[in-house]
Structure formats: C-alpha cells, structure tokens
Design a protein around this ligand. Structure first.
Ligand SMILES: C[S@@+](CC[C@H](N)C(=O)[O-])C[C@H]1O[C@@H](n2cnc3c(N)ncnc32)[C@H](O)[C@@H]1O
Length: 359
C-alpha cells in the first residue's frame, strides 16, 4: 500500500531523483509463529486482536539497522496529539524516521514503551491501519526536504506556519463568471499585496479556524549591532513568520520613534549585545511577548546577566519573556530553522487576548 502510493506525483519524483527514500518492512516477516501470524487475543478479553510485541520489536530493530544512528520511531495512533505543521517541520530536520503502523485493535503496549519515541495522530477519527497516517506524514515531511518541491521556497511558508490559514489564490483570466480578481493583486505593489494577503489570512482563519487565531502572533523583529547580525536576523525571521516585520534599530530615526506592541505581538529582538538589554527606550510592550536572541560568534563568552535579571528588565518594559536564546551569528540553515521552531513553539505558549490585525 505504501510503496504503491509513494511512486506517484511529487513524492514519486523525489524518490526517483534520490532526494528521499521510502523503505518498507513487513512485520509479518518477523512472525514467531509457524502460520505467519502476528496477532493474538487480548488479555482480559474483549473484541478484536492485538499485534504481538516480538514481531513488531524485530521489525523495528531491522529498520533501525538500515539507518545511521538512533532514529525517532513514530507510532501512528489516534491516541496522540494531532500532527501539525510545527511537528512536521521538526520531523523534517531528522535524517531518518521510522514509522510504525498498527492494525486490528493496536499493538502490545510493552513493545511501544520500548521502541517508540513519538506518538502521532493524523486526526480525531479511527482508521483501519496506520498506513494512511504514515503516508500523510511522509508527504507532509518530504515537502520540507530541499529539492523535493520544484521551487525550494514554496514549503517555507504555507497555511499554518503562522497559525494562520493561507490567503485565497487567483490565476488567469482576470475575470471569470463575472468575478474579478481583487485589484490589489494586479497593482504590482508588493507591500500592498503582502498586507492584503495578511488581512485575508486573518479573516479566513477567524471564519474557518478561530481556534488557530489564539496561537497566532505577529512578529516584529528588531535588530541592532554589526551588519552580520542583520543578515542573521533576516534569515531567522524568514523562518519564524511569513508576515514578520524586520526593523533595523541601528537607525537613529527608528530609535527615536515610540512604538508600542500589543498583547498579540511577539518582539523578536536580535542583537550582539551580550546582555540582551540596552533596548531602544521607545520600543515598549503592553502584555507583549519577547524572544531575545543574542547572536554572537561561536566562541563568545556567555554574558554575566542572568535569565532572572533579563526577565525582570523586560517585564518593566511591558513584555513577558518567551525565551532568551544564544545563537551563533554564522549558524547554518538547519541551526537557524531549529532555533526558529523553538521560538515559535515557546511563543504560542504565552497567553494573549485579542488580535491586532483584525479589521
Ligand atoms: C483500528 S485502529 C486501532 C484503534 C485503537 N483500538 C484505539 O482505539 O486507539 C488500527 C491502527 O490504525 C492506526 N490509526 C487509526 N487511527 C489513526 C489516526 N487517527 N492517526 C494515525 N493512525 C491511526 C493505528 O496505527 C492503529 O494501531
């Protein structure tokens, strides 16, 4: 079932081009029973069958041996948090993944305890087996592997990364069934197009997935320090949010201008100032969150300032700290992506009220 499905379309092309590979292991091949059975009756009685521990264990060990190290072993199960884009991105950073598919009533709990590192559900409903779940995961994760999509940037920003659904799309003709394409999309004004897309994304999310809006943050990335800090800040911001605003606070005009962020904003402050303080005075928060990234060189000394001191400092300015991070300003793309994921995950844990982009 898996091998048939992955031969098609984008994933099939990526496999043929050697960008990803999907191997399958048949648990039945590890049966400890002369009839090739891998299931048995449940202790305690009840309907259905349970997959035995030993064949599952042997099959997983076989799969582990095909990998370079200690891969994450993911059991597809309805008894888990539902897969989301953040989890997908974190899984995409792994070199190898082992996906374990259950059948019948499920798998003997003891082997799950021994081999599984992650439990993933693809939705709050029950399937007959884990294969379709595994295929969903393979598809979603592969999109983040460089080279899988023709256009490398298109997996960076999609519905969900900002906890916003995507804006509507249009293509030719300009008028179809008397419906015209929104004029702003024909204006050629990139800034206006981006703002329209952001507003549409907020509107659509409010309409269809209001639960997601609670997790959405508008990111304001302020940076100051050496030029290379600016380059790092831009790369980081591009992985944290599609709609983020990048502000160079080396500029005097900006430093003098009062700017107060709201409780739905996250200030992403990137600096090479090891204390993470000396923040432009007029940049203030109002129950806003802040993530401070101290971008130094790999061998730079940690600052004397403690996390408590820094948290107290930020609280006085109206921010609650969503995290203080130390990063190498020359970090590679993978390290930057890992940091961005951590920032996003911590940011949504911060409580918040209304939404700033609402019209
Ligand atoms: C019929 S289900 C077993 C359901 C199990 N009795 C329960 O209630 O949790 C058989 C297998 O399908 C897979 N499965 C079912 N629903 C799933 C979902 N929502 N997400 C991922 N895998 C699922 C799991 O691997 C599971 O072991």
């Amino acid at each position: 079932m898996i091998q048939d499905a992955v031969q098609n379309s984008v994933i099939g092309r990526a496999i043929r081009n050697g960008i990803i590979s999907v191997d399958t292991v048949c648990i039945r091949d590890y049966s400890v029973n002369k009839h090739g059975r891998v299931d048995d009756y449940p202790y305690g009685g009840g309907a259905g069958m349970v997959m035995e521990a030993e064949p599952v264990y042997q099959a997983v060990q076989h799969a582990v041996k095909q990998t370079a190290g200690h891969p994450r072993v993911i059991y597809l199960t309805p008894q888990a948090e539902v897969l989301d884009q953040t989890k997908v991105e974190s899984l995409a950073l792994e070199e190898d993944l082992i996906l374990l598919c259950g059948h019948y009533e499920g798998i003997d709990e003891r082997v799950l305890q021994e081999v599984v590192t992650d439990y993933v559900s693809i939705g709050d409903y029950v399937l007959t087996g884990g294969e379709l779940g595994a295929l969903v995961l393979i598809d979603a994760v592969s999109r983040f592997v460089p080279g899988v999509l023709g256009n490398d940037t298109s997996a960076d920003f999609e519905s969900m990364q900002d906890n916003l659904l995507e804006y509507p799309h249009y293509t030719r003709p300009e008028v179809w069934h008397e419906k015209a394409v929104p004029p702003v999309l024909l204006s050629g004004d990139h800034k206006k197009v981006e703002e329209w897309r952001y507003q549409e994304a907020v509107r659509r999310t409010e309409e269809r997935r209001p639960d997601l809006l609670l997790k959405a943050r508008r990111i304001v990335c302020a940076w100051y320090g050496a030029e290379e800090v600016g380059v790092f800040a831009e790369a980081l911001l591009s992985r944290v949010s599609r709609y983020g605003e990048l502000l160079n606070y080396n500029r005097n005009a900006l430093r003098k201008k009062r700017r107060e962020l709201s409780d739905r904003d996250l200030l992403l402050l990137v600096t090479d100032d090891a204390a993470g303080e000396s923040v432009p005075e007029k940049l203030l928060g109002s129950h806003s969150s802040v993530a401070v990234v101290i971008a130094g060189s790999a061998d730079c000394q940690d600052s004397e300032t403690t996390t408590e001191q820094m948290t107290a400092y930020w609280e006085k300015k109206g921010f609650s700290a969503a995290g203080i991070y130390h990063a190498d300003v020359n970090a590679d793309a993978i390290k930057i992506t890992e940091l961005a994921l951590e920032i996003r995950m911590n940011a949504v844990k911060q409580p918040s009220g209304g939404f700033p982009g609402e019209t």
